[in-house]
Design a protein around this ligand. Sequence first.
Ligand SMILES: NC(=O)c1ccc[n+]([C@@H]2O[C@H](COP(=O)([O-])OP(=O)(O)OC[C@H]3O[C@@H](n4cnc5c(N)ncnc54)[C@H](OP(=O)(O)O)[C@@H]3O)[C@@H](O)[C@H]2O)c1
Length: 439
Amino acid sequence: MQTNVGLLGYGTVGAGVAKIISLEDSLLSQKVGWPLKLARAVVRDLSGRRSFPAPPGLLTTDPSEVVGNPGIQVVVEVMGGLEPARTLVLRALEAGQHVVTANKALLAVHGREIFETAAQSRREVAFEAAVAGAIPVIRTLKEGLAANRIQSVAGILNGTTNYILTKMSRGGAGFAATLKEAQELGFAEADPTTDVEGTDAAHKLILLTALAYGVLPTLDDIHAEGITGLEPEDFSFAEALGYVIKLLAQASLNSGDGRLEVRLHPTMIPRGHLLAGVSGAMNAVMIRGHASGDIFLSGAGAGMMPTASAVVGDIVEIARLARSESGLSKPSLGWHSLKAETVKPASEIWSRYYLRFSVLDRPGVLASLAGILARHDVSIAQMIQKGPDAAAAGESVRLVMLTHSAPAKSIRAALGETGGKEWCRGPARLLRVEDFAQG
Ligand SMILES: NC(=O)c1ccc[n+]([C@@H]2O[C@H](COP(=O)([O-])OP(=O)(O)OC[C@H]3O[C@@H](n4cnc5c(N)ncnc54)[C@H](OP(=O)(O)O)[C@@H]3O)[C@@H](O)[C@H]2O)c1
């Protein structure tokens, strides 16, 4: 007996999976109890260059040689994109095959349909590689922390943006120049849009929310903001205030109103916090369970071998279950069904804020600005003034404030008002501040 695996895709991740299954065959067969065999791999172009050469006869351009093939028990979707990945995954489940995927976009957008089909077919959809690469965060939430009510999940889920933010905090260069350098060094794609605008990390956050709370929000339900608006001086001010800037994904249950808060945005976090020390292309996740307390996981969030490590871990788990002949009864998300509950609108979420204003260097301006904030119930915890600004011929100064906690709608309303004042030189910059207080 053995478990036969079919790949949909033999690119970066697919070749890594093939490499582990081929080179670690005896290790894997010890762990499963019988051999894993790579049976077929679907690609678009048979003549493409492969970073781990495929044995003769493995590659095909015909997905039906994998999907619906009764000789293949596990279909590994590592082709990316929404179609034909969605159709092929659904067909595989309906045909009684288990599915392993690294495709966060597919699950974030079509997860409900895919998980429901898996449940009806009593088949598994495993997706450890879809969130934070090699880090076993899915299994930790589903199994290791199953006894817990999850209070919060916070993570750095995109290596490209973390690399850029780390560089900006150290080098003082602007966003565009740092992105270009990241592209030259292979830390950013030629088209970096989904990374720098936050879509990739938001897709992963949606999956973590589903695992932690049984709610699968859509991208429209959550506040997702990327890193394109950050400027070098925000990093200097953050440092002066004792913080670093990270693109932080957060899902939490508000203990006051019992509602779910899900958001992704550049966030100032205290320099001494574990997440602040996660640098370069690394990823990390911090989970707070009511019984476990804080759990911190960190590691490589992408790349051929780290991602393949997570994919093969899922294949091994499925092969073990198949071998035990217990049938597959455990639901893919660790939940029997997804709840319809919605997440709290971003405007109602409370946070501390960093606000940076450029204002005329004139008596009375500070009092006027403080008065506007006070009228919107925004109170100031700390302030720095810098300037006058040489570039503006000594006319304007920078005022940076850290606020106490306030709802986003109050901050927006206050900034709407300050923006209309003749002493205000350009739009204010805002960042959320997260101190990770025990709720
Ligand atoms: N790369 C990473 O570090 C990483 C990390 C975590 C998750 N992921 C996820 O893993 C998935 C795969 O990523 P990747 O970097 O391995 O992608 P990739 O290098 O572009 O490889 C994609 C593979 O799928 C094949 N393919 C794509 N569309 C196809 C179609 N319509 N029909 C047949 N074959 C098709 C390609 O065939 P050809 O080779 O012939 O072009 C290629 O072999 C994505 O969902 C990605 O988000 C990647």
